[in-house]
Design a protein around this ligand. Structure first.
Ligand code: PRX
Length: 566
């Protein structure tokens, strides 16, 4: 088991007790996410209420009730148990947003196993790194992504079973098994694993500046935070039709694309398709969506299409709009107010925090450009970067820090206690972001405090890109940094130093890009490669990405005294 999980659990503080009571949770008692989001809702008499309205890019639709959720997640759990998958083992979901993803997600948790959702767009390297790190025992996938799994399988000794959810007519290889959930035998009364608040549940990989991506380990007790924030910050009510744009490969797609809404018994729409403004508006109009959780990049893309397109659709069902993942620019708040008659409410949180920690709560006056205030029950501040003590002075920029005492906080990075502990100082959890707090207690996001690139809301670690670049025979060294972008806020730009004997050319750039495309995900793909003779380094030889980044943004270069003379 993961050694980091033996660290003291976060205390569940009093502002959360109402949520605990409603979920029927008491300290030390059983709390299984799979059961709480399906069986419990049925036990409350809402089994026939729609849980999932699913649609894909071709307009195919399927509908499932909470009773379907309960039955199909039981069947998924029973199936995995028959494959000898046990409690505590990691089961990866490598799927598009097909219905099976959602049933398997809950089934894995009912079994007491750990669910590891990964973007189906990941290339082989990105997938392998995360499966290898987690020692994943099973991967649930679909035929269109099976090839990637097959090509890396020989390098994954812990991987025992590959489950294919649409295997009809497909020749499976040894160690692969078909799962047709709708045809699975009934597994009524599957013995749900008696998880407690500290039992590991969801493992989400996230990127930092250094080293490999890290697996933020969450626990079943996190639901208290997700349940409460979904209800209060997203304003979810029993008869809402809720739509979260996020893929469950991203924490937003699980905390608020599965757990938050379903623990509240709320119907949600899932669109298994990429961005398309007209289609998005049609989805809202067709299903009478009332609460919409989106992201700034998507909002900027909608703005680009103009208000006319929005006005051509009946969007009158919308009651509450929220956003997450990147700074929400004031123009987007103003535009949405004009276009939808409602502003987007910014919310701030991270893979590690498991739930929203700072937000513009419904009813709170929005200051466009501000992230809002700490969620009740969360203690947030900004720290002086040197002393790591709270900055008393209003308006001064410091590091966003949180007291690690709310239920959804991660309990460790998988197998990496050092990295986990490095996030804490003086009793504060350091988010790695910078902000200031104004005289009214509103937080104003400034930027990251590290070299992580936030492209379209997705965090990209430079290390992963630079490692993939090094696989090309011509690359001596490289640096991946952010470059400004009107829609995605940031995109990835790589500086590459070639080995002697190689000459920069368009053909070489294309060849390097093609290599990256196979290994990484489209989200992490650089938009530009610039060949250079050298990279800025410290005297000890460490590449200083911030200098390259500052040049791209046209910002001052900062203190260069530690740099090597060029
Ligand atoms: O830098 C902050 C940015 O996204 C980071 C967290 O990314 P991730 O772990 O992928 O989780 C995103 C979904 C919860 C943060 O450290 N970020 C997130 N929300 C905001 C934000 N930056 C500015 N404003 C936000 N509202």
């Amino acid at each position: 088991m993961n050694p980091t999980l033996t660290l003291p659990p976060a205390a569940v503080t009093s502002p959360w007790t109402a949520a605990e009571r409603e979920l029927g949770y008491h300290a030390g008692g059983p709390v299984n996410l799979g059961w709480l989001t399906s069986d419990r809702i049925c036990a409350l008499g809402r089994g026939a209420h729609p849980a999932l309205i699913w649609e894909d890019s071709q307009g195919r639709q399927r509908r499932y009730t909470f009773d379907d959720l309960r039955r199909l997640s039981d069947a998924a759990a029973a199936f995995l148990a028959r494959q000898q998958i046990g409690a505590g083992e990691r089961v990866c979901l490598f799927l598009d947003r097909v219905p099976e993803l959602y049933f398997a997600f809950l089934g894995i948790l009912k079994l007491g196993a750990i669910v590891q959702p990964l973007f189906s767009a990941f290339g082989e390297d990105s997938l392998w790194t995360r499966l290898e790190d987690a020692g994943t025992a099973a991967v649930v996938t679909q035929r269109r992504h099976l090839g990637k799994v097959r090509r890396i399988r020989s390098r994954l000794p812990a991987l025992r079973q590959v489950v294919v959810v649409d295997a009809d007519g497909l020749a499976l290889e040894p160690g692969e098994v078909a799962l047709a959930l709708e045809r699975e035998p009934e597994a009524e009364g599957f013995p749900v694993y008696p998880a407690t608040a500290e039992t590991p549940s969801v493992l989400h990989y996230t990127s930092g500046t250094t080293g490999k991506p890290k697996g933020a380990q969450h626990v079943h007790g996190a639901l208290v935070g997700q349940f409460q924030t979904a209800r209060v910050a997203l304003d979810l009510r029993p008869d809402d039709v809720y739509w979260c744009n996020a893929d469950p490969g991203w924490v937003t797609g699980t905390s608020y694309g599965i757990l938050g809404p379903w623990s509240n018994g709320v119907t949600q729409v899932v669109l298994d398709s990429g961005f398309n403004a007209a289609r998005w508006y049609e989805v809202i109009a067709r299903h009478r969506v009332t609460v919409w959780y989106s992201a700034p990049t998507a909002i900027r893309l909608l703005m680009r299409e103009g208000s006319g397109l929005a006005r051509a659709h009946d969007l009158g069902s919308l009651r509450h709009l929220a956003s997450v993942g990147e700074p929400l620019n004031p123009e987007a708040v103003i535009w949405s107010r004009e276009t939808f008659g409602r502003p987007f409410h910014d919310t701030y949180w991270q893979t590690e925090t498991g739930c929203i920690v700072i937000a513009n709560l419904p009813g709170l006056e929005i200051k466009p450009g501000s992230m809002g205030k700490p969620f009740p029950g969360v203690t947030a501040t900004v720290l002086d970067p040197v002393r790591l003590e709270p900055i008393g002075e209003r308006g001064r920029v410091g590091l966003i820090a949180l007291r690690p005492d709310w239920p959804s906080m991660m309990r460790g990075y998988w197998g990496n206690r050092t990295a986990y502990e490095s996030r804490f100082r003086n009793g504060w959890y350091l988010t790695g972001d910078r902000a200031s707090i104004d005289g009214d207690g509103y937080f104003w996001f400034v930027g990251r405090d590290d070299d992580v690139i936030n492209t379209g809301g997705h965090l990209v670690g430079p290390f992963e890109i630079e490692s993939a670049l090094l696989e090309h025979a011509a690359v001596a060294e490289s640096a991946a940094v952010a470059k400004p972008d009107a829609v995605n806020m940031e995109v990835v730009k790589c500086f590459v130093v070639l080995k002697p004997g190689f000459v920069p050319s368009d053909d070489l750039e294309l060849e390097i890009m093609n290599g990256l495309r196979r290994r990484l995900s489209p989200l992490a793909m650089p938009q530009e490669i610039e060949f250079t003779d050298s990279l800025p380094k410290t005297r000890s030889g460490k590449i200083v990405r911030r200098v390259l980044r500052a040049r791209e943004f046209g910002e001052p270069l900062g203190d260069l005294s530690t740099l090597m003379e060029e």
